[in-house]
Design a protein. Sequence first.
Lengths: 216, 156
Amino acid sequence: MHIPDGIISASAAVSGYAATGGLTWLSLRGIRKQYVNPRTGIPRAALLTAAFFAASLIHIPIPPVSVHLVLSGLMGVILGWFAFPAILVGLLLQAVMFQHGGLTTLGINACLMGLPALLAYFIFRLRYVFGWEKPLPNAVLAFLAAFLAVAFGALMAALLIVHATPAYMDAAAERTAVMALSLAYLPVALIEGIFTAMVVIFLLKVQPDLLEGDRR
Amino acid sequence: MFKKNRHAGLSLLVIIFAALCLPIIIAAGIAQAHGVELEYVERNAIEVTARYDTEDPMAGAQVAVFAPDSPAEPWLTGTCDSAGRFFFVPDPEIPGLWEVQIRHAGHGGLLRIEVDESGISPAGTTGFTGPQKLLMTAAVIWGLVGTALYFSRRRS
Protein backbone atom coordinates (compact mmCIF):
# COMPACT_ATOMS: atom_id res chain seq x y z
CA MET A 1 0.00 0.00 0.00
CA HIS A 2 3.07 2.24 0.22
CA ILE A 3 3.32 3.97 -3.15
CA PRO A 4 6.96 4.80 -3.93
CA ASP A 5 8.31 7.89 -5.68
CA GLY A 6 7.94 8.06 -9.44
CA ILE A 7 4.94 5.75 -9.73
CA ILE A 8 2.17 8.34 -9.80
CA SER A 9 1.96 11.63 -11.63
CA ALA A 10 3.00 14.93 -10.06
CA SER A 11 -0.58 16.23 -10.06
CA ALA A 12 -1.75 13.15 -8.10
CA ALA A 13 1.07 13.68 -5.58
CA VAL A 14 0.10 17.34 -5.10
CA SER A 15 -3.60 16.50 -4.65
CA GLY A 16 -2.55 13.84 -2.13
CA TYR A 17 -0.70 16.48 -0.11
CA ALA A 18 -3.69 18.81 -0.30
CA ALA A 19 -6.08 16.10 0.92
CA THR A 20 -3.66 15.18 3.71
CA GLY A 21 -3.47 18.81 4.80
CA GLY A 22 -7.26 18.98 5.01
CA LEU A 23 -7.55 15.69 6.89
CA THR A 24 -4.84 16.71 9.37
CA TRP A 25 -6.69 19.94 10.10
CA LEU A 26 -9.95 17.99 10.52
CA SER A 27 -8.24 15.51 12.88
CA LEU A 28 -6.65 18.23 15.02
CA ARG A 29 -10.04 19.94 15.31
CA GLY A 30 -11.58 16.59 16.31
CA ILE A 31 -8.89 16.09 18.96
CA ARG A 32 -9.47 19.57 20.41
CA LYS A 33 -13.21 18.95 20.66
CA GLN A 34 -12.79 15.50 22.19
CA TYR A 35 -10.08 16.00 24.80
CA VAL A 36 -10.04 18.47 27.65
CA ASN A 37 -6.24 18.10 27.66
CA PRO A 38 -4.95 16.73 24.32
CA ARG A 39 -1.60 15.87 25.94
CA THR A 40 -3.22 12.86 27.63
CA GLY A 41 -3.74 11.23 24.24
CA ILE A 42 -0.13 11.57 23.09
CA PRO A 43 1.47 8.57 24.95
CA ARG A 44 -1.07 6.20 23.38
CA ALA A 45 -0.56 7.76 19.95
CA ALA A 46 3.25 7.57 20.25
CA LEU A 47 3.21 3.88 21.21
CA LEU A 48 0.85 2.96 18.39
CA THR A 49 2.96 4.96 15.94
CA ALA A 50 5.89 2.74 16.99
CA ALA A 51 3.74 -0.35 16.33
CA PHE A 52 2.64 1.05 12.96
CA PHE A 53 6.24 1.86 12.02
CA ALA A 54 7.50 -1.62 12.90
CA ALA A 55 4.51 -3.50 11.44
CA SER A 56 5.54 -2.77 7.86
CA LEU A 57 8.81 -4.64 8.48
CA ILE A 58 6.98 -7.86 9.35
CA HIS A 59 6.31 -9.65 6.10
CA ILE A 60 3.66 -12.27 5.58
CA PRO A 61 4.49 -14.46 2.58
CA ILE A 62 1.34 -15.12 0.56
CA PRO A 63 2.58 -16.62 -2.72
CA PRO A 64 3.20 -15.22 -5.25
CA VAL A 65 3.65 -11.96 -3.34
CA SER A 66 4.57 -10.96 0.18
CA VAL A 67 2.55 -8.38 2.06
CA HIS A 68 2.90 -6.77 5.45
CA LEU A 69 0.54 -5.72 8.22
CA VAL A 70 -0.92 -2.22 7.84
CA LEU A 71 -2.57 -1.77 11.27
CA SER A 72 -4.70 1.14 9.99
CA GLY A 73 -7.81 -0.48 11.54
CA LEU A 74 -6.15 -0.88 14.96
CA MET A 75 -4.93 2.73 14.82
CA GLY A 76 -8.44 4.01 14.13
CA VAL A 77 -10.14 1.83 16.76
CA ILE A 78 -7.77 2.79 19.58
CA LEU A 79 -6.63 6.30 18.65
CA GLY A 80 -9.74 7.82 17.10
CA TRP A 81 -8.88 11.30 15.78
CA PHE A 82 -5.24 10.81 16.78
CA ALA A 83 -4.94 8.04 14.14
CA PHE A 84 -4.39 10.33 11.14
CA PRO A 85 -1.52 12.43 12.55
CA ALA A 86 0.03 9.25 14.00
CA ILE A 87 -0.05 7.51 10.60
CA LEU A 88 1.40 10.63 8.95
CA VAL A 89 4.37 10.61 11.36
CA GLY A 90 4.85 6.84 10.95
CA LEU A 91 4.83 7.12 7.15
CA LEU A 92 7.31 10.01 7.21
CA LEU A 93 9.72 7.90 9.30
CA GLN A 94 9.27 4.88 7.00
CA ALA A 95 9.85 6.98 3.88
CA VAL A 96 12.95 8.73 5.18
CA MET A 97 14.52 5.70 6.87
CA PHE A 98 13.75 2.81 4.56
CA GLN A 99 12.50 4.44 1.34
CA HIS A 100 9.31 2.54 2.10
CA GLY A 101 6.90 4.82 0.30
CA GLY A 102 8.37 8.15 -0.69
CA LEU A 103 8.48 11.81 0.22
CA THR A 104 6.62 12.96 -2.91
CA THR A 105 3.93 10.33 -2.29
CA LEU A 106 3.68 10.95 1.47
CA GLY A 107 0.38 12.78 1.02
CA ILE A 108 -1.15 10.04 -1.12
CA ASN A 109 0.05 7.30 1.25
CA ALA A 110 -1.30 9.15 4.31
CA CYS A 111 -4.71 9.23 2.60
CA LEU A 112 -4.46 5.56 1.57
CA MET A 113 -3.90 4.48 5.19
CA GLY A 114 -5.34 7.38 7.19
CA LEU A 115 -8.80 7.44 5.59
CA PRO A 116 -9.37 3.70 6.32
CA ALA A 117 -8.23 4.36 9.92
CA LEU A 118 -10.87 7.08 10.30
CA LEU A 119 -13.42 4.71 8.70
CA ALA A 120 -12.52 2.07 11.33
CA TYR A 121 -12.92 4.68 14.07
CA PHE A 122 -16.41 5.62 12.92
CA ILE A 123 -17.43 1.94 12.60
CA PHE A 124 -16.14 1.19 16.10
CA ARG A 125 -18.00 4.19 17.53
CA LEU A 126 -21.24 2.37 16.73
CA ARG A 127 -20.74 0.57 20.04
CA TYR A 128 -21.77 3.80 21.81
CA VAL A 129 -24.80 4.09 19.54
CA PHE A 130 -25.87 0.55 20.42
CA GLY A 131 -24.64 0.82 24.01
CA TRP A 132 -22.60 -2.39 23.81
CA GLU A 133 -20.57 -3.14 26.93
CA LYS A 134 -19.91 -6.92 26.63
CA PRO A 135 -16.67 -8.13 25.00
CA LEU A 136 -18.22 -10.23 22.20
CA PRO A 137 -20.19 -7.54 20.30
CA ASN A 138 -17.28 -5.14 20.77
CA ALA A 139 -14.86 -7.72 19.35
CA VAL A 140 -17.12 -8.36 16.35
CA LEU A 141 -17.33 -4.62 15.70
CA ALA A 142 -13.53 -4.26 16.02
CA PHE A 143 -13.02 -7.17 13.60
CA LEU A 144 -15.40 -5.58 11.10
CA ALA A 145 -13.74 -2.17 11.46
CA ALA A 146 -10.20 -3.47 10.86
CA PHE A 147 -11.25 -5.85 8.07
CA LEU A 148 -13.06 -3.09 6.16
CA ALA A 149 -10.19 -0.66 6.76
CA VAL A 150 -7.65 -2.95 5.04
CA ALA A 151 -10.07 -3.84 2.25
CA PHE A 152 -10.90 -0.16 1.65
CA GLY A 153 -7.23 0.81 1.64
CA ALA A 154 -6.26 -1.99 -0.79
CA LEU A 155 -9.13 -1.04 -3.10
CA MET A 156 -8.12 2.64 -3.15
CA ALA A 157 -4.47 1.74 -3.76
CA ALA A 158 -5.34 -0.64 -6.62
CA LEU A 159 -7.58 1.94 -8.33
CA LEU A 160 -4.91 4.60 -7.96
CA ILE A 161 -2.09 2.41 -9.34
CA VAL A 162 -4.14 1.25 -12.32
CA HIS A 163 -5.27 4.77 -13.20
CA ALA A 164 -1.89 6.35 -12.68
CA THR A 165 0.13 3.88 -14.79
CA PRO A 166 2.30 5.98 -17.15
CA ALA A 167 1.71 5.48 -20.88
CA TYR A 168 5.11 3.87 -21.45
CA MET A 169 4.37 1.04 -19.01
CA ASP A 170 2.33 -1.99 -20.05
CA ALA A 171 -1.01 -1.17 -18.41
CA ALA A 172 -2.47 -4.66 -18.92
CA ALA A 173 0.46 -6.40 -17.23
CA GLU A 174 0.35 -3.90 -14.38
CA ARG A 175 -3.39 -4.48 -13.93
CA THR A 176 -2.88 -8.25 -13.65
CA ALA A 177 -0.12 -7.76 -11.10
CA VAL A 178 -2.26 -5.34 -9.08
CA MET A 179 -5.17 -7.80 -9.08
CA ALA A 180 -2.92 -10.54 -7.66
CA LEU A 181 -1.61 -8.17 -5.00
CA SER A 182 -5.07 -6.93 -4.01
CA LEU A 183 -6.30 -10.49 -3.51
CA ALA A 184 -3.29 -11.11 -1.26
CA TYR A 185 -4.62 -8.36 1.04
CA LEU A 186 -7.71 -10.45 1.80
CA PRO A 187 -5.87 -12.73 4.28
CA VAL A 188 -4.14 -9.62 5.70
CA ALA A 189 -7.57 -8.08 6.32
CA LEU A 190 -8.65 -11.27 8.12
CA ILE A 191 -5.47 -11.38 10.24
CA GLU A 192 -5.76 -7.70 11.17
CA GLY A 193 -9.45 -8.10 11.96
CA ILE A 194 -8.75 -10.98 14.35
CA PHE A 195 -5.76 -9.17 15.87
CA THR A 196 -7.72 -5.96 16.45
CA ALA A 197 -10.62 -7.91 17.99
CA MET A 198 -8.15 -9.63 20.37
CA VAL A 199 -6.58 -6.31 21.36
CA VAL A 200 -10.04 -4.84 22.04
CA ILE A 201 -11.06 -7.84 24.21
CA PHE A 202 -7.76 -7.54 26.09
CA LEU A 203 -8.14 -3.79 26.67
CA LEU A 204 -11.78 -4.14 27.78
CA LYS A 205 -10.63 -6.58 30.47
CA VAL A 206 -7.40 -4.90 31.53
CA GLN A 207 -7.74 -1.17 30.93
CA PRO A 208 -11.08 -0.17 29.40
CA ASP A 209 -10.34 3.56 29.70
CA LEU A 210 -7.85 3.21 26.82
CA LEU A 211 -10.92 2.66 24.62
CA GLU A 212 -13.30 4.80 26.69
CA GLY A 213 -11.29 7.91 25.93
CA ASP A 214 -13.23 8.29 22.70
CA ARG A 215 -16.68 8.37 24.28
CA ARG A 216 -17.49 11.97 23.55
CA MET B 1 21.63 -27.03 -95.86
CA PHE B 2 23.55 -29.51 -93.73
CA LYS B 3 25.95 -26.75 -92.66
CA LYS B 4 23.08 -24.49 -91.73
CA ASN B 5 21.44 -27.31 -89.82
CA ARG B 6 24.58 -27.91 -87.86
CA HIS B 7 24.65 -24.26 -86.83
CA ALA B 8 21.01 -24.49 -85.82
CA GLY B 9 21.79 -27.56 -83.74
CA LEU B 10 24.62 -25.75 -82.02
CA SER B 11 22.40 -22.78 -81.24
CA LEU B 12 19.80 -25.17 -79.86
CA LEU B 13 22.43 -26.72 -77.60
CA VAL B 14 23.46 -23.27 -76.35
CA ILE B 15 19.85 -22.37 -75.67
CA ILE B 16 19.24 -25.64 -73.79
CA PHE B 17 22.42 -25.14 -71.82
CA ALA B 18 21.45 -21.59 -70.98
CA ALA B 19 17.94 -22.71 -70.01
CA LEU B 20 19.45 -25.27 -67.66
CA CYS B 21 21.93 -22.80 -66.23
CA LEU B 22 19.42 -20.01 -65.64
CA PRO B 23 17.63 -21.59 -62.67
CA ILE B 24 20.99 -22.44 -61.12
CA ILE B 25 22.17 -18.83 -61.49
CA ILE B 26 18.88 -17.49 -60.10
CA ALA B 27 18.99 -20.02 -57.27
CA ALA B 28 22.54 -18.96 -56.50
CA GLY B 29 21.39 -15.33 -56.48
CA ILE B 30 18.62 -16.09 -54.02
CA ALA B 31 20.99 -18.10 -51.90
CA GLN B 32 23.21 -15.07 -51.73
CA ALA B 33 20.26 -12.98 -50.37
CA HIS B 34 19.88 -15.51 -47.52
CA GLY B 35 23.44 -15.01 -46.45
CA VAL B 36 23.84 -13.43 -42.98
CA GLU B 37 26.72 -11.37 -41.76
CA LEU B 38 27.35 -11.59 -38.04
CA GLU B 39 29.77 -9.54 -36.07
CA TYR B 40 30.33 -8.69 -32.46
CA VAL B 41 31.95 -5.96 -30.39
CA GLU B 42 32.63 -5.78 -26.69
CA ARG B 43 30.35 -3.41 -24.74
CA ASN B 44 29.79 -2.66 -21.08
CA ALA B 45 26.27 -3.73 -20.13
CA ILE B 46 24.48 -2.88 -16.89
CA GLU B 47 22.83 -5.68 -14.97
CA VAL B 48 20.01 -4.48 -12.73
CA THR B 49 18.66 -6.90 -10.12
CA ALA B 50 15.32 -6.05 -8.51
CA ARG B 51 14.39 -7.76 -5.28
CA TYR B 52 11.79 -7.08 -2.61
CA ASP B 53 13.29 -6.45 0.81
CA THR B 54 12.28 -10.03 1.65
CA GLU B 55 14.98 -11.05 -0.92
CA ASP B 56 12.29 -12.41 -3.28
CA PRO B 57 13.08 -11.46 -6.90
CA MET B 58 10.69 -9.05 -8.61
CA ALA B 59 9.98 -11.49 -11.45
CA GLY B 60 8.14 -9.97 -14.40
CA ALA B 61 8.53 -6.42 -13.10
CA GLN B 62 8.38 -3.70 -15.74
CA VAL B 63 11.50 -1.67 -16.38
CA ALA B 64 11.83 1.76 -17.98
CA VAL B 65 15.28 3.21 -18.68
CA PHE B 66 15.57 6.99 -18.99
CA ALA B 67 18.52 8.59 -20.76
CA PRO B 68 19.90 11.81 -19.21
CA ASP B 69 18.72 13.91 -22.18
CA SER B 70 15.04 12.89 -21.97
CA PRO B 71 13.80 12.40 -18.41
CA ALA B 72 10.15 12.07 -19.50
CA GLU B 73 10.35 9.66 -22.46
CA PRO B 74 11.81 6.23 -21.72
CA TRP B 75 14.87 5.33 -23.78
CA LEU B 76 14.15 1.63 -23.39
CA THR B 77 11.42 -0.45 -21.77
CA GLY B 78 11.45 -4.13 -20.86
CA THR B 79 10.68 -6.76 -18.28
CA CYS B 80 12.75 -8.40 -15.55
CA ASP B 81 13.38 -12.13 -15.95
CA SER B 82 12.32 -14.74 -13.38
CA ALA B 83 15.35 -13.91 -11.23
CA GLY B 84 14.44 -10.20 -11.22
CA ARG B 85 17.33 -9.33 -13.57
CA PHE B 86 17.39 -6.86 -16.47
CA PHE B 87 20.31 -6.11 -18.81
CA PHE B 88 20.85 -3.04 -20.94
CA VAL B 89 23.70 -1.23 -22.65
CA PRO B 90 23.57 2.55 -22.16
CA ASP B 91 24.55 4.72 -25.10
CA PRO B 92 28.06 6.06 -24.28
CA GLU B 93 27.26 9.03 -26.55
CA ILE B 94 24.79 10.27 -23.88
CA PRO B 95 26.82 10.72 -20.68
CA GLY B 96 25.17 11.72 -17.43
CA LEU B 97 22.80 10.27 -14.87
CA TRP B 98 20.79 7.37 -16.30
CA GLU B 99 17.66 6.40 -14.42
CA VAL B 100 16.17 2.93 -14.23
CA GLN B 101 12.61 2.70 -12.97
CA ILE B 102 11.33 -0.69 -11.83
CA ARG B 103 7.66 -1.21 -11.15
CA HIS B 104 5.50 -4.17 -10.20
CA ALA B 105 1.93 -3.81 -8.92
CA GLY B 106 2.60 -0.41 -7.42
CA HIS B 107 5.84 -1.52 -5.79
CA GLY B 108 8.99 -0.21 -7.29
CA GLY B 109 11.94 2.07 -7.13
CA LEU B 110 14.33 4.29 -8.96
CA LEU B 111 18.01 3.49 -9.56
CA ARG B 112 20.43 6.21 -10.71
CA ILE B 113 23.54 5.16 -12.64
CA GLU B 114 26.34 7.58 -13.53
CA VAL B 115 27.60 7.01 -17.10
CA ASP B 116 30.44 9.18 -18.45
CA GLU B 117 32.78 8.98 -21.46
CA SER B 118 35.23 6.76 -19.59
CA GLY B 119 32.59 4.20 -18.66
CA ILE B 120 29.96 3.19 -16.17
CA SER B 121 30.16 3.84 -12.46
CA PRO B 122 30.84 0.73 -10.35
CA ALA B 123 28.07 -1.33 -8.79
CA GLY B 124 25.56 0.45 -6.57
CA THR B 125 22.54 -0.38 -4.48
CA THR B 126 19.56 1.39 -2.95
CA GLY B 127 19.09 -0.81 0.11
CA PHE B 128 20.44 -1.08 3.63
CA THR B 129 21.98 -4.10 5.34
CA GLY B 130 20.08 -6.07 7.99
CA PRO B 131 21.93 -4.69 11.06
CA GLN B 132 21.50 -1.12 9.76
CA LYS B 133 17.76 -1.64 9.45
CA LEU B 134 17.57 -3.19 12.90
CA LEU B 135 19.40 -0.27 14.50
CA MET B 136 17.28 2.30 12.66
CA THR B 137 14.07 0.56 13.72
CA ALA B 138 15.25 0.34 17.32
CA ALA B 139 16.20 4.04 17.34
CA VAL B 140 12.81 5.11 16.00
CA ILE B 141 10.89 2.88 18.43
CA TRP B 142 12.97 4.17 21.33
CA GLY B 143 12.22 7.73 20.27
CA LEU B 144 8.49 7.04 20.18
CA VAL B 145 8.52 5.20 23.51
CA GLY B 146 10.46 8.13 24.96
CA THR B 147 7.79 10.51 23.65
CA ALA B 148 5.11 8.35 25.27
CA LEU B 149 6.97 8.32 28.61
CA TYR B 150 7.56 12.07 28.45
CA PHE B 151 3.91 12.91 27.92
CA SER B 152 2.67 10.40 30.50
CA ARG B 153 4.85 11.70 33.33
CA ARG B 154 3.09 12.88 36.45
CA ARG B 155 2.87 16.60 36.98
CA SER B 156 4.80 17.48 40.12
